[in-house]
Design a protein around this ligand. Structure first.
Ligand SMILES: O=C(O)CCC(=O)C(=O)O
Ligand SMILES: [Fe+2]
Length: 321
């Protein structure tokens, strides 16, 4: 591990979840605020997500990606009005001249029976695997990490002096997406191709779990002008700050620039749960009514090209076509 990586913030949040004194909570709030101010991310322990569930999630994820390509393509994102399901390696292209990412992925959100809001809400596409070998452990993991995302927003809101009760209006019907990711080995990755090219997450909080022992996530350090690997340790989540959260905090919290380079001689897995907030909610760091910009506005702006939103959806969200 590099000297820099050894200094990356590591926060045990158990003192916030089960405090024995008010100081316990205040300490976690201050540590997370400092980590997001300096780095825009931190490594998290004491979160209460059982290791057995983390392992079961990785097993299920591996089972899914081991299915034949034709079976995975049966639940392609292209078949979903909500853009949920499987996306093959190389399908995700970036702006400019960069090569498409080597990753393959499976994406899902809250499972609603009906397609609503132009596909922001609706049903998932589940793979044809036995319930207890995929959907059940993956869903349990999703629910636990979603709860963690919400708790971390609450802590960050408190960190800037706002009441934690602000979360009531911010979390009415939150957008929470989960992406399971597989990165091929370097031998199966083209020259100049990244597992996932350099980017900032668009929205709120990202709760990421790397496959233990396979370092691949790299963070850009602007002062040092270098990419540094984030240790991949069992039971240690990586929490990232996205652009919406950063902007709404007046850039007090930094959005972290990162990419994925698989250095293991074999494939590498990770899981990402992203917690963004209710689509009609405005900046939780301000008094309601201060600004009209909502989670939905920023979401549609960022994904306009992929979403191809209908006039009806734009009108419902309050964005001009
Ligand atoms: O796989 C990883 O370690 C990071 C994934 C990521 O940055 C993303 O999905 O936005
Ligand atoms: Fe990311």
């Amino acid at each position: 591990m590099s000297e820099k990586a050894a200094q990356f913030p590591l926060v045990d949040i158990s003192g916030y979840i089960n405090p024995t004194s008010p100081e316990d909570k205040a300490q976690v709030v201050a540590q997370i605020r400092d980590a997001f101010k300096t780095f825009g991310f931190f490594q998290c322990t004491g979160h209460g997500v059982p290791v057995s569930l983390q392992r079961a999630m990785f097993k299920s994820l591996e089972r899914f990606f081991s299915l034949p390509k034709e079976e995975k393509m049966e639940i392609s994102v292209l078949k979903s009005p909500c853009r949920r399901g499987y996306e093959a390696s190389g399908a995700h292209s970036r702006d400019g001249k960069a090569m498409p990412d080597a990753k393959e992925s499976y994406y899902f959100c809250e499972d609603d029976p009906k397609v609503e809001m132009g596909g922001i809400y609706g049903p998932n596409q589940w793979p044809p695997l036995p319930e207890d070998e995929f959907r059940q452990p993956i869903w349990e993991y999703y629910k636990k990490t979603a709860a963690m995302g919400k708790l971390l927003w609450e802590i960050l809101i408190e960190g800037l002096g706002r009441s934690p009760s602000t979360m009531e209006r911010f979390s009415k019907r939150p957008l929470i997406g989960m992406n399971l990711l597989r990165y091929p080995s370097p031998a199966d990755t083209a020259e100049g191709q990244f597992g996932l090219g350099a980017h900032n997450d668009w929205g709120g909080i990202t709760v990421l779990l790397q496959e233990p022992g396979k370092e691949a996530l790299e963070i850009w350090l602007e002062d040092e002008k270098e990419w540094v690997s984030v240790p991949a340790v069992e039971d240690r989540f990586v929490i990232n700050c996205g652009d919406m959260l950063s902007g709404w905090s007046g850039h007090t919290y930094k959005s972290v620039h990162h990419r994925v380079v698989n250095k293991a001689p074999v494939e590498r897995y990770s899981a990402v749960t992203a917690w963004h907030g209710d689509i009609f909610a405005t900046n939780p760091f301000e008094e309601p009514g201060t600004s009209k910009e909502t989670v939905g506005h920023l979401f549609v702006k960022r994904f306009q090209k992929q979403l191809k939103p209908s006039k009806a959806l734009l009108a419902a969200i309050g964005v001009e076509a």
